[in-house]
Ligand binder design. Sequence first.
Ligand SMILES: [Zn+2]
Length: 221
Amino acid sequence: MATCIHCQASSQFLTYDALGLCHHCSPQHAPVIAEAIQGVSVSAAARTKARTAAAQLEALQSSFEHCSTLERYAGLRIDGAEPVRLRSELEAIRTETVEQAIRDHWLEARERARDATTPKAMAAPYGKAISKLQDLAGLLDDASAIDHAVIVLRAEKDALVFEDLFRQAQLAEQQGRKSKARDLYVEAVFLLRKDGTPDADQVEKIALAEKQIERLGGRPA
Ligand SMILES: [Zn+2]
């Protein structure tokens, strides 16, 4: 015997509609379900048209809300599938959208940093990528993928800037510009101390640069 997907009543004296609602529940709940199904398809269309990851995630957020409405009806099936399956499909799309955004921003930052000629210009595109990704994090319940990417991006930026300053310092020294070399080593240490996470790799780099500063006569008084 059928069981109502809202009140769970199961009786031969009840009639059930195509969704599985009993005739008591159907007038109130059939429109709610119809509206949510419509909402899922409208938000899917909006997502397809969206040009930015933020717009895609906003459309997804709307899909999730409609999906939650549908999940309140235990046993409801739409096109033969349960809303739970819709949720897992939406989650997969969200994961892919976030991963794609991370890849895109990362690639862009790397390409722009490659063309940069100063440490500041090298760091800037990474800063921009990080801020764009952090904006996306605000649209997610679970931003751990973005948090992780931000840490990796910061470390990559710090390493690039450090290497560049270190190279410039070595070059200055080869050219006999000792005080310029020392200033660049000092700047390299300053950047590492100011920014990024103090990991073991960073500690080694700081020590390496400090050694050069010491060798060149120490910091100016
Ligand atoms: Zn009912």
